[in-house]
Ligand binder design. Structure first.
Ligand code: PGA
Length: 300
């Protein structure tokens, strides 16, 4: 086993690359005699000449070329190792700021649980706000990542879909349409609807759907949360269009039903967004990976 130091190898790499002892000494912040001494010790250890010097010009022997190729590979591997360590250090502590639209609270906290147990020292904040408020935060660059169902057209973002987000028509269990199949969309014109507050993405989708099909939308009441809407539907106040995500943790499952309206469920997606070109922190990058891997496990 040769007794070679990392220092000698980096010196050799610099000399071999620059073909010059004093340039290598400059680059390594040492004197030229130090470089010569290290190269001499290295050659002795290897047992064959590595360099030939004519005047100031340095060239590589056959063995020198072999060692140089080995050094280059080693430095690349070492660079990757240093990067991994830096990332691990970065993952030890750090902050992750996410803002997510209200409807995602039916799955986002569940995803954060396993992430937090894997990276217990990461400080996570999850802002749960409606779409309008989320867009404000995005415009002010307040968070690392943003989770929403209706990406904005007016802000330049990178949006990646990561989960289906079907929209369903929710009715009380005993509703007269509950057992009908392929109900024509126009039939919804004679129903009263419960609607999310202004600024909600769900509300935008509902309004767009009715407008696109030129069907009049009858609003019974405006309510500020999905839970309130579900309770109101169960209480017989009207129908609602909600993301199916809101039904995953349904406690009053028996009181609610989804209607088989033609064209439904309307297939949409949940997106993770960031401002275009914004480099992610190591922590945010890890979370994104985690999101891609775990979301399907949690919600197959
Ligand atoms: P909301 O957003 O929670 O603001 O309704 C849902 C969505 O973006 O689809």
């Amino acid at each position: 086993m040769m007794r070679i130091t990392l220092r000698q190898l980096s010196t050799f790499e610099a000399v071999a690359r620059l073909k010059n002892f004093s340039a290598a000494a400059n680059e390594m912040y040492v004197s030229q005699p130090t470089v010569s001494k290290q190269i001499k010790a290295l050659q002795e250890e290897v047992g064959v000449p590595l360099l030939e010097q004519i005047g100031k010009k340095v060239s590589l022997t056959e063995a020198g070329k072999e060692l140089y190729a080995t050094c280059t590979q080693w430095m690349e591997t070492w660079g990757r190792f240093e990067q991994t360590i830096a990332n691990l250090k970065g993952m030890k502590q750090g902050k992750l700021r996410i803002s997510a639209v209200t409807t995602t609270k039916f799955f986002m906290p569940r995803l954060l649980g396993p992430f937090c147990s894997e990276y217990p020292n990461i400080d996570i904040s999850l802002e749960v706000v409606n779409r309008d408020r989320l867009l404000e935060r995005l415009a002010n660059n307040e968070d690392d990542l943003y989770i929403m169902g209706v990406p904005p057209e007016e802000i330049d973002v990178e949006a990646e879909p990561f989960l289906d987000n079907p929209l369903v028509v929710l009715a009380p269990a005993g509703h007269p349409l509950a057992n009908e199949k392929q109900i024509p969309f126009e039939r919804l014109a004679s129903e009263k609807f419960l609607m999310r507050e202004r600024g909600s993405g769900t509300r935008i989708t509902l309004e767009r759907l009715f407008a696109e099909r030129h069907v009049p939308l009858n609003i019974r009441m405006e309510l500020g949360s999905n839970e309130a809407i579900k309770q109101a539907v169960a209480g017989g106040l009207g129908l609602a269009l909600l993301s199916q995500s809101t039904l995953w943790t349904e406690t009053s499952q028996k009181e609610l039903t989804t209607l088989d309206v033609e064209g439904f469920p309307v297939m949409r997606a949940w997106y993770v967004l960031r401002p275009k070109g914004k480099p992610l922190s190591v922590v945010a990058e890890h979370f994104l990976e985690f999101l891609r891997e775990h979301i399907r496990l949690l919600f197959p």
